[in-house]
Design a protein around this ligand. Sequence first.
Ligand SMILES: [Ca+2]
Ligand SMILES: [Ca+2]
Ligand SMILES: [Ca+2]
Length: 152
Amino acid sequence: MMCSAHAFIVLSYIGNVTCSAHEFRCKSGRCVPQSAICDTDNDCHDGSDETFELCASRPPNGCHADEFSCGVGGGCIPAKWKCDKHEDCEDGSDEAGCPKVTCPPSFFRCDNGRCIWPKWKCDGDNDCGDNSDESAALNCRKETLDLILYLI
Ligand SMILES: [Ca+2]
Ligand SMILES: [Ca+2]
Ligand SMILES: [Ca+2]
């Protein structure tokens, strides 16, 4: 999951196309983390993440009530991004101390916290939503599944 997120960010830097929902698009087209907005650092290199229009309504060194503070100098992110299993703050503080989702015994726990029936693992369907029940890490390659079906 982390790998694909990183790949996407790298791609968006290269392609200058669209930024992900968790990023801010600078005037130059560059993508920076949302937490970089109004943190007094010129992350965009063109100042567009620190403009007066963007930051004037923000409390000095603070975040709006509907925002989560990433800590000193870490900027602000929308409150709903806290504990959404995606590190939006540079220091990951929005995902620290979040309640851990546990699955009942005998259930499979997806990377995104969802619980699924164990037999849904490696069945070719993306039941987790993040594909972690079908990931290469589980060694469920399609060939193996086909072979099993053939043997049955
Ligand atoms: Ca900034
Ligand atoms: Ca988050
Ligand atoms: Ca599945």
